[in-house]
Write a protein that binds this ligand. Sequence first.
Ligand code: GLN
Length: 303
Amino acid sequence: MNYNEVLNQIYNESKLQPKIGNVAISIPELAGIDPEKFGIHLIILNNNEFGIGDHLEKFSIQSVSKALTTALAFSFYDEKVWERVGVEPSGNPFNSLVQLEYEKGIPRNPFINAGALVIADMLISRLENPKAEFLQFIREVSGYPDINYNFKVAKSEKETGFRNAALCNFLKSFGNIKNEVEEVLDFYYHQCSIEMTCQELAHSFYFFANEGKTKKGMPVLTTSQVKRLNALMQTCGFYDESGEFTYKVGLPGKSGIGGGIVALYPKNFVVATWSPRLNEKGNSELGMFALEQLTTKTGMSIF
Ligand code: GLN
């Protein structure tokens, strides 16, 4: 298959799509981003990689980071992770509070904000210097030693993160946050502020497609663990739009309000897209379109 040609076609068709949605405004520091940005990067396992558009420009990965924190927590705690976080789709928006009370402080899954806060708490309990060590983990799995936090974005979210603060305090009232609320929120805002290009993002998720091993062969998760996290990305990676993403794209993946999406076909490829206009569910409109085109044109979906 000529992937350059396929990406070119998808890129050109995507550019002609109606401009639907708006950039995220919940984090003031992200509100000024150019909505026209658009990039795709595709890595074929044990083969070449291909990129187009703004695929080498850094953006805020936001909730895409939740798959990486979950992977690190899973590597430490294994199945014990699921004593404090569930594995079911929530059917609710990513920042929703309502379910938590009914379900006594056990978030439905690690990809909604409540679940990601519990995962952050687990990492803090386990790491001596959580922010530095998590960054080190990302640099190692991706193979890019200059990946970093954007401290301005983290600070900006902290100043306006009233919902996350509410969620974290609520979780703490149920005993499902063990560390200080302030410390958990600080870690969470930093993990979300990490910046990557589409190329770096695709490389960071290589181990999810490569049976738990990075491109350089470093084991991150077992094959069984990676199967489970891919299943979770499939069912929960796009919040209350996970069914739609599965229906249209047919790959496990994770989105973020910075406009990034990463998706993968186990043992085949990893692909990252970036387009900051979000639909009403908080997922990148054009990114979803491009990925739907990719699996349709190539026939490469897990279904
Ligand atoms: N930092 C964002 C928040 O907590 C992440 C949300 C997202 O990317 N969906 O609201």
